[in-house]
Design a protein around this ligand. Sequence first.
Ligand SMILES: [Zn+2]
Length: 417
Amino acid sequence: MIARVTESPARAQVESSHVMDPRQFLASRTAEMQQQIETLCNINSGTYNIAGVERVQNQLIEWFAPLGGDMQRVPSAGQLLIDDQGRTVHQNLGPTLVISKRIERRPRVLLCIHCDTVFGPDHDFQKCRQLDANVLNGPGVIDAKGGLIVMLHALLAFEQSTYAERIGWQVVINADEEIGSPGSVATLHALAREADWGLLFEPTMPDGSMVSWRKGSGNFTLVVRGQAAHAGRDFAKGRNALVALSRLLVAIHELNQPTHPDWGDVTFNVGRVAGGGAVNVVPDLAIGRVNIRVRTAAQQTWAEAQLRRLVGEVSGDGIHVAVHGEFSSPPKEIGKRTEQLQRLIESCAAELGMPIQWNGSGGASDGNKFSSVGLANIDTFGPAGGEIHSDREFLRLDSLVPSAQLAAAVLVRLGDV
Ligand SMILES: [Zn+2]
């Protein structure tokens, strides 16, 4: 089910009577962009705060309306979680906002960024503060509300230019990226399959470099069941789920081999355990949670096989292990078309006098999901700053206009490819 967003009649398409070069159009927009970022960051949109997420989207609908695209809100599939009792629980999540313009035109560019943050309504960090002339501190200033505003202004500049007719585009703003996009992934995949290029507006690295490859990330929950028994009267009848899980988790941890030529990049992080109760009862249930990161598809296959092997080794004799989870973000490896996009970005950046450095990252983004269905993309068109996911998160204000200029220049050039 897709809900069409009704456009306010007062909003018209961007006026074409004042066409200028996208670079000039953006040159003096820092103050306006800052104000919009502060407005968005002062609205709490922690992933599970669905009302807050929708308030941010309502504000975005108003600001994106002058672009004249078709706007839709796609409801989320929600998320299935395994709780600490091993039960499957359904969690609702916020919708995805999709804005489409000239999608019959080729190439079609997919522009994507999330509107949720890691800071829920109970967190102390709720408002923006300007720390000095160039530094804005606030929840989501670069992750990723700064990126939302950079994307908006890049599109406003592009749409008023004479180049606009040469490409089609879709904007996708999801509300669950911070938990791995479980409820929006089907929409992301469907849009990515139809697109030719992907631009995502995650922040650059703290030193200003853009991200090339990214590791894949998989979260796995291991639900171990044994046999409960009284520790005094029937100890021998018990099958201890907690001990079986402990053995399994230690074996998983020992798969980390940092110097191995093939698997050295793979990390297994045992992140959380739950289980047991009264100390005079043999525990029949234990839950372990593990995050696995891989650089390549071959490493992913190897890691999954190792997990299956170790689970097989602890299973049997009254112990049963269920494995939930997957690599929801497969590794983002760099293919030929992504390399082509990198060269195009470098050329645009050189014209703007801003040299580009590329770096790999162990962190996944929705760019991984686009790559997994074959969409070449670069995912760090957002502004510069650092300390994301902490109350020290900051944005460098002087990066806003250059980031928007770079994205607008790339949109112009994609019309030639
Ligand atoms: Zn984040």
